[in-house]
Design a protein around this ligand. Structure first.
Ligand SMILES: *Cc1c(COP(=O)(O)O)cnc(C)c1O
Length: 462
């Protein structure tokens, strides 16, 4: 890949479009007495602090660049960025209709499109500040329906579930995982036989490795044992649209419409800026828990104030406008451009995994189900591999390849014969290939990884 000159790194030309959109927005308020806009603002001082802020922000990894292949971070789509910025000139609040009339309608439309992606024509749902708040609402509703029921999630479920349960003062237990990081069905069945389970969380796309819990089997267990089933698809939910999943993950995403509640994070794979999670309930009647004295019909009215069905009060209307605009441009349809972006990330992960598996310097794990790859350098022992991974992480960064580290159970990895498992967890390298461009960049990432490996003496070179 050619080296970019700095002027090509951050896209700036679209500010022109923002200017035109602001003129259009302003035209809607014609007739009001003119204002001297922002009179009293000390513009030279604003410029000074803005440039200072820009300098401070230089202290970041380049999340926008394909050579940032570490954590689940990337900037929003330009349409999301511009539409959200546009809304900030008005700053609507989606708590109530009089605080954000248009943006509340846009939120309802965008959320209904997400619900339709999951196969739901009716639902109750709204945007939240993020996946944590969205999951909190789903667990809170489960607790209202069954106050003494225990909440279960796998040991690889997001740690937010145990913390949320503590906040809600609901009993929580974690269930073991299998070797592919999925909720272990035998362990779950043993726990269900003891009784008292109110909710099981299925994670569709674990945060560490993108593993997809076995939803068809969980639905069968729900039919047998009668618990509530919540899908935490904060990371992976949009992969329902991807056409290149392996059969087990495909089956899990295909039966998502049958769960009781779903969380998905538009600010992870939905191309949105942070501050955009989403919770959906299959049965709109759970709206009664948000406001006791209202009948069910109230909650499916199109004039619903979103604040009536959300635990958060003030919420950014700008987040809804960004999401609405993105989905207008890139509809949530299988085979569409948005789906193709997800497919490319998956392909990139599969290609990196293939290269790692074919090279004796590396130890790999189960095949990626989404777009996250974990691997470690081969060494005499797990503790040595862990130490080497940390040095590789540093050497990669020196070459402007930005990876992540993760500490994961050693049974996830295919340890070669003779490699000593002297620890329960392996500190491995981890790469989230969530930008569509990552597919074209795999050869570059591979080259940089090899250069980093050459600089770290230790791993045998096969
Ligand atoms: C990211 C994530 C969360 C937490 O969501 P935030 O948006 O970070 O608050 C919960 N569950 C899963 C599976 C996640 O990936």
């Amino acid at each position: 890949m050619p080296r970019s000159t700095s002027s090509q790194l951050l896209e700036k030309d679209s500010l022109r479009l923002l200017r035109a959109a602001l003129d259009q927005l302003e035209a809607g308020f014609a007739g009001l007495p003119a204002l001297a806009p922002e009179a009293g603002v000390d513009w030279p001082a604003v410029e000074r602090v803005l440039l200072e802020a820009a300098e401070r922000l230089q202290d970041n990894y380049p999340y926008f660049h394909p050579q940032y292949a570490g954590q689940m971070l990337k900037p929003p789509h330009p349409a999301a960025r511009l539409a959200a910025m546009l809304a900030l000139w008005i700053n609507p609040n989606n708590h109530a209709l009089d605080g954000g009339r248009a943006s509340s309608r846009m939120e309802k439309e965008a959320v209904a499109e997400i619900a339709a992606m999951f196969g739901w024509s009716t639902h109750l749902g709204h945007l939240t500040g993020g996946g944590t708040l969205a999951n909190l609402e789903a667990l809170w509703v489960a607790g209202r329906l069954n106050p003494s029921g225990c909440l279960l999630a796998s040991s690889q479920a997001h740690y937010t579930h145990s913390r949320i349960s503590a906040v809600l003062q609901l009993p929580y237990e974690s269930v073991a995982c299998d070797r592919a990081s999925r909720l272990d069905l035998d362990a779950l069945r043993r726990r269900l036989d003891q009784g008292g389970v109110g909710l099981v969380v299925a994670t569709l796309g674990t945060t560490a490795t993108g593993a997809v819990d076995p939803l068809p089997e969980l639905l069968a267990l729900r039919a047998q044992y009668g618990f509530r089933l919540h899908a935490d698809a904060a990371y992976g939910g949009y992969f329902r649209l991807a056409g290149n999943l392996e059969p087990a993950a495909r089956r899990a995403f295909d039966c998502l419409p049958e769960v009781d509640s779903i969380v998905v994070d538009p600010h992870k794979h939905g191309l949105q800026p942070y501050g955009c999670g989403c919770v959906l309930f299959k049965d709109p009647a759970v709206g009664r828990f948000y406001k006791h004295d209202s009948p069910y019909t109230y909650f499916s009215s199109s004039d619903l104030h979103l604040g009536e069905i959300s635990l958060e009060c003030s919420r950014a209307g700008a987040a809804a406008v960004g999401l609405w605009a993105t989905q207008r441009l890139l509809p949530l349809t299988p085979g569409g451009e948005f789906a193709r972006g997800l497919e490319r990330g998956r392909q990139a992960a599969a290609e990196l995994y293939r290269r790692l598996g074919a090279d004796p310097r590396w130890v790999t794990a189960f095949a990626p189900e989404l777009d996250i790859v974990i691997w470690a350098p081969r060494a005499a022992s797990v503790s040595q591999a862990s130490a080497l991974a940390q040095r590789l992480f540093v050497e990669a960064e020196r070459r402007q390849l930005y990876l992540a580290l993760a500490n994961l159970p050693v049974q996830f990895f295919d340890l070669p014969a003779g490699m000593q498992a002297d620890r329960d967890t392996l500190t491995c390298l981890r790469s989230v290939l969530m930008k569509p461009e990552h597919l074209d960049w795999v050869p570059t990432l591979w080259e940089l990884l090899n250069q980093a490996a050459d600089a770290v003496p230790g791993p045998p070179t096969g």
